[in-house]
Design a protein around this ligand. Sequence first.
Ligand code: TA6
Length: 278
Amino acid sequence: MITHKKLSNGFEYIEVQNSSATAKVALQGAHLFEYQRVGQEAILWLSEISDFEQGRAIRGGVPLCWPWFGFSEDKTLPQHGFARTTMWEFVGANEIDDSETTLLFRLSNSEQTLKIWNYKFLLELQITISKELKMELKTTNLDDKAFKISQALHTYFSVSHISEVAIKGLDKKPYLDALSWQKEVQGGNIRFEEEVDRVYQEVNNEIILVDKNREIHIKNTNSASVVVWNPWIEKTSRMSAMKEDAYEHFVCIESANAFDDTRVIEPKQSHTLIAQIF
Ligand code: TA6
């Protein structure tokens, strides 16, 4: 079942319910903010105090960082780009069968986007809701000049407690530490005892989020970078829409094209970043 819903403040979202899972996607940002398999705990973390307000990114779920990840060269522009705070078009849904539904969202250049990023583009997000969650973010260059993008499916995973978590699959990978801006190499699995904000490079394998009672697998395609982030105690108190203890309950593992993995897209060409979560 697919329902188009509207909150009293006008915020719109699409709700999907099938025999595998339920999901909610806001039209602003094509932002998936709930995905839960039937009879299981939520996969995505969503801040209890997140704003569902126009022009403000939802805190949690899967914000889309596009057409840049982090800050653009012009530091006055918003961190992580404009896609997550812009209204998208809901193109439609396809109920493949009782257990699998796909949703398609679209964003293209407007007078407003051209003012901050002077390129013509088509951006499409297809989300598949089934036992597996699949997100396919396709960028098409509709301009007559090439452009560069960095991007991320900035997924907030819900965890039992951050002290219980390990991330497997990044051992020996080089990474850029976004706290010190030093290049380092990962030794072993990642565990959390302080703030972590890293862009792993040369990643072409599955990542596993190991929690107390479950494992979540992440498989990325057309991506060689993975961002791992937890703000820890002090940073959390400075983040918008996060309660003091929020850092205990999530970890971000982001399917990305960032830093050395930035992509150039030639006119009429496309690039599709894919994340499968199972
Ligand atoms: O992906 C990690 C990161 O870039 C962090 O540095 C942190 O700032 C986070 O994203 C959240 O950014 P936001 O703009 O959503 O507050």
